[in-house]
Write a protein that binds this ligand. Structure first.
Ligand code: FE2
Ligand code: FE2
Length: 297
């Protein structure tokens, strides 16, 4: 392990945050339903997705032969379980605002629970193969959660445009924890398998699934938004918001691909632990969680 990695290591703990959504408007990026709904897709994908991470990681724990990594994985599980729950809690609010996500979340649940769930495999090679495949898929997805986490921590344009502070805190608390634990999934994959062919193959699977689910989710929200007459979502909208700074740029998204596929890739090269930890020290939700924890102790 390099010095930078060693000095950047932080003990991972779940912060038991909670948010109240009553004040958050439907278009929480004012006047920009496309940006709002593109980011809202996170609330559709992450509850089932991160629950699935936890489910898979509990199965991989017996394969870990390094105490420090096991500790990191346990910390990671705690953080992802909390992320899943926090995003899930936004959905009733969207429903109250006239945007019922159930038809879409039912598909996402099927995707993670059935397609990527435990298959009826006999114990042995096939079962291990499928477990390793999923561990590698999670490492690829975590490349993107770290990318997005780093982006949102630096997305000052959302503040300048008056985005809802509660939603920004949810996104940045989550983003900061993604940056904080960004090496865990990759280190775990390298520890239990690490095959380069598997890394490339599962990256392709994860990337295709993310693009497919995300564009469908954005379209679903735009089409079902009760305030929009002819809501649409296109690649051009994404490109424009990237240039504006309210979403990641398409150039940055494309450039992140060869980084993950490079033989010298390590997630510690992406984003800044210092910035993540600094945000978590100032996040209203994280501060409230810490106070509640101290009060209960
Ligand atoms: Fe997460
Ligand atoms: Fe994560």
């Amino acid at each position: 392990m390099s010095n930078t990695q060693a000095s950047e290591r932080v003990a991972l703990k779940a912060r038991k945050v909670s948010f109240s959504w009553e004040e958050t408007p439907l278009h929480w990026v004012p006047g920009d339903p496309f940006t709002t709904h593109t980011i809202n897709v996170l609330h559709l994908l992450l509850p089932a997705g991160e629950r699935w991470f936890v489910h898979v990681y509990k199965q991989v724990l017996p394969y870990i032969r390094d105490d420090r990594l096991r500790e990191d994985v346990i910390g990671f599980i705690g953080q992802e379980a909390m992320h899943s729950q926090a995003h899930d809690e936004v959905l009733p609010h969207l429903r109250e605002l006239g945007l019922d996500p159930t038809p879409y979340t039912a598909q996402v649940d099927w995707f993670f629970e059935k397609l990527l769930g435990d298959r009826t495999l006999p114990p042995g090679r096939a079962r291990r193969w499928w477990l390793m495949e999923r561990v590698a898929i999670i490492a690829a997805i975590e490349h993107y959660t770290a990318f997005l986490g780093n982006w949102v921590l630096n997305a000052g344009e959302l503040d300048r445009r008056g985005a809802d502070p509660t939603m920004l805190d949810l996104l940045r608390w989550h983003g900061a924890e993604e940056v904080e634990h960004r090496s865990v999934a990759f280190d775990l994959f390298m520890h239990v398998d690490g095959s380069y062919r598997r890394r490339v193959r599962t990256w392709a699977t994860a990337f295709a699934a993310i693009v497919f689910l995300w564009q469908r989710g954005a379209r679903f929200f735009m089409e079902n938004d009760p305030t929009l007459i002819d809501g649409k979502a296109s690649f051009k909208d994404l490109y424009v918001r990237g240039r504006r700074g309210t979403l990641p740029t398409t150039g940055d998204m494309i450039k992140s691909i060869p980084r993950y596929l490079s033989h010298s890739y390590h997630p510690s090269q992406e984003g800044s632990t210092e910035q993540a930890v600094a945000y978590l020290a100032s996040s209203p939700a994280a501060i409230a969680a810490l106070a509640a924890e101290k009060g209960a102790a």
